[in-house]
Design a protein around this ligand. Sequence first.
Ligand code: NAD
Length: 240
Amino acid sequence: MVTEREIARLREVIFRSKRAVFFGGAGVSTESGIPDFRSEDGLYRQTYRYPPETMLSNEFFWSHTEEFYRFYRDKMLVTDAQPNAAHKKLAQWEREGHIAAVVTQNIDGLHQKAGSGQVFELHGSIWRNFCTRCGRAYPTQDILGGEGVPRCGCGGIVKPDVVLYGEPLDERVMQDAIEAIERADNLIIGGTSLNVYPAAGLIDFFRGENIIVINKGAPARTMQGVTFLDGRIGEIFAAV
Ligand code: NAD
């Protein structure tokens, strides 16, 4: 249970910020109905023929493309979700000049849907797809509506622009995210278990004043001098 005093502290840090960065993960979107990986009802607790890490790996994409697409369409390709209070507040705080950037591990596009302008998507987006042979872009509607393995006119396999396990992160996005974190006056971390690297390592570039973590349960990493609010991020942000 988060206290009024903790909310007041968060409010003070946010409204004093001029270039804070929000670093988040799948927990930011659970209140929009998208399951995360590691919660009680997260994807890692559900039973499939292969573990999710396997099905979301680059190796699996190429060796079991049809099965990859079955899982991807079924569980990852959530296109009708709406931003919750966490996404909306972050967009509002950006407009008001407190938040400089959102660095997200999410692939759902909900920060942009809520109106955030500066979003660094470390793991890509379900909203972009491209042919692995000729590079042609394909709308997500084509993936959603189709069956089996989506193919380009050139015969190549179409792949979502999401970073699969075993694939490197986009260097430009990483560099931009690092620069925003290095320049940040405050760092708000939320809805992430901080288990997935290299993404979780980016917070080490922070040199500013305060780190506030808002998460259901403590993340995998503990950091010195951090304020930790244990609860649902949408509810907590709505109360700020
Ligand atoms: P994770 O599943 O490892 O951790 C999520 C964390 O958020 C957990 O600690 C959980 O307790 C917490 N949480 C859940 N609901 C919350 C809420 N309402 N308020 C506050 N905290 C909440 O997710 P992760 O750290 O982002 O890392 C795993 C990977 O999951 C990422 O690489 C990401 O690409 C991928 N993923 C993304 C989506 C999405 O785009 N929405 C969904 C599932 C997984």
